[in-house]
Design a protein around this ligand. Structure first.
Ligand code: MG
Length: 349
C-alpha cells in the first residue's frame, strides 16, 4: 500500500478502492468466500458445513453496506430506501433468496426526529416490497459535528437454492451482457440535487430492490452466469471486474446502451462518462447466448426492467492480451473502457 492516508478516492468504487480492498482488507481477512470478490459472500452453514460426510450444508449469502449519501433526501428516494435496496441487491446477485436484514444507525445529535421517521418509513416500505424482514439493529448517537446527520449500515442474509453457482468469474466467450434499464440516473440525480442544477426534464434516482427481477431472470435463464449491480464506478467497474475475474474481453455497443436523454445531456455538460456514473436500481447479467432472449424478456416483464437491453458480448482474450472492456461506437471504432481512477462524486450512496 503506497498511500499513507485514506483519501476520498478510496471510496469511489474505482481503481483506488480496488487497491485498498486488495492490499489492506483481503490481505488481512482473506478466505475462500471473500476472495471470490463477489458482492455477497457465499458460505456453508449447519450440518455438513465443516465437511462431515453424509449431509449437505445450507449455503447462505451475506452482504453489508454503509450509506453516507448527501443529501439524505433526493429526487426518487432517500438514504433509507437506498440502505435497504443496496443490501437486498447485493445479496440477491448471488442468486440467493434474500430473507433478513440488520440495520445500524449512526445519528448526529440534533438530527430532526421527523426526518428520521420518514427515513424509517421508506425502509419499512422498501423491505416490504422486497419481502425481507429487518430483524435486528443498532443505534449510536455521536455529538454534534461528529457525523453528518445520519449514516446507516445494513447487512443482509439469504439462502441459496441448490445448484446456484453464480460468480463474476463464470463469463465465457459468446455469452451476452444484459442491463436491466437506463444508466446513470442515480448519480446524476444526486449530483444535480447537491449542486442545485435544474435540467429540462427532472432526473430521479433509480433506487429499487431488484431481488424479484433477479429471481425472474434465474427462472427464465437457468444457466445465467452472474449478476452485479453497477453502483459506484458504474457499468465500467462492473464490466472490468467481470473481465478480470473471468480472464476475458468484454465488448459493449454504445448504441445499445439505454440512457435517458436528460442524463446523457447532463453527463456531456459536466464531463462525466455515463458508464462510470452510479446506479442504484440496475442489474447487469451475463447469460449464455441461447438464454439471452428469455433473460431479456424476463427483465422487461419485471418491475424496474422495462428498459432492459442486450448491450454486449463476452469475447475470448487474444494471446498475451490483458482482460479489458471495449465500447464499440456507432462508427465502428472502439475505445477501451477503464475503471474510474480517482473520485468522481463522494458520498453518492
Ligand atoms: Mg453491489
Amino acid at each position: 500500500m503506497t498511500d499513507t492516508t485514506v483519501l476520498l478516492g478510496h471510496g469511489s468504487g474505482g481503481q483506488m478502492m480496488k487497491r485498498l480492498i486488495d492490499e489492506m482488507f483481503l490481505e488481512a481477512f482473506g478466505n475462500p468466500a471473500l476472495n471470490e470478490g463477489n458482492d455477497a459472500g457465499v458460505a456453508p452453514l449447519g450440518a455438513g458445513a465443516d465437511g462431515e460426510a453424509g449431509s449437505a450444508p445450507v449455503r447462505i449469502a451475506m452482504s453489508t453496506d454503509s450509506f453516507v449519501v448527501t443529501p439524505q433526501f433526493f429526487p426518487g428516494g432517500n438514504i433509507g430506501r437506498l440502505a435497504v435496496c443496496g443490501t437486498v441487491n447485493d445479496v440477491a446477485t448471488s442468486g440467493a433468496r434474500v430473507r433478513y436484514l440488520s440495520c445500524g444507525f449512526i445519528l448526529e445529535e440534533g438530527y430532526p426526529m421527523d426526518k428520521l421517521r420518514t427515513i424509517c418509513q421508506s425502509m419499512a416500505d422498501t423491505a416490504r416490497e422486497a419481502g425481507v424482514a429487518i430483524i435486528t439493529g443498532d443505534t449510536k448517537v455521536v455529538e454534534r459535528g461528529g457525523a453528518d446527520g445520519v449514516y446507516i449500515n445494513t447487512a443482509g442474509v439469504g439462502e441459496l437454492p441448490a445448484g446456484a453457482e453464480l460468480s463474476g468469474s463464470n463469463c465465457r466467450p459468446g455469452d451476452k451482457v444484459l442491463v436491466s434499464g437506463t444508466l446513470g440516473d442515480h448519480g446524476i440525480a444526486i449530483m444535480s440535487q447537491r449542486e442545485g442544477l435544474a435540467f429540462a426534464a427532472p432526473i430521479e434516482s433509480d433506487a429499487a430492490p431488484l431481488n424479484h427481477l433477479i429471481a425472474a431472470v434465474m427462472e427464465a435463464a437457468p444457466h445465467v452466469r452472474c449478476f452485479r449491480d453497477p453502483t459506484r464506478g458504474g457499468l465500467a467497474s462492473t464490466l472490468n471486474e467481470f473481465a478480470a475475474a473471468s480472464n476475458v474481453e468484454i465488448e459493449i455497443s454504445e448504441e445499445a446502451l439505454p440512457v435517458r436523454d436528460a442524463v446523457r445531456g447532463a453527463c456531456e455538460m459536466l464531463g462525466y462518462d455515463v458508464l462510470q456514473v452510479a446506479n442504484e436500481g440496475k442489474m447487469v447479467a451475463v447469460v449464455p447466448p441461447e438464454e439471452a432472449d428469455a433473460a431479456l424478456a424476463a427483465m422487461r416483464a419485471s418491475r424496474y426492467g422495462e428498459n432492459a437491453a442486450v448491450i454486449g458480448e463476452i469475447l475470448p482474450l487474444a494471446e498475451d492480451a490483458s482482460p479489458r472492456v471495449r465500447v464499440r461506437t456507432p462508427w465502428g471504432s472502439a475505445r477501451v473502457l477503464d475503471m474510474l481512477v480517482g473520485e468522481q462524486l463522494p458520498r453518492i450512496c
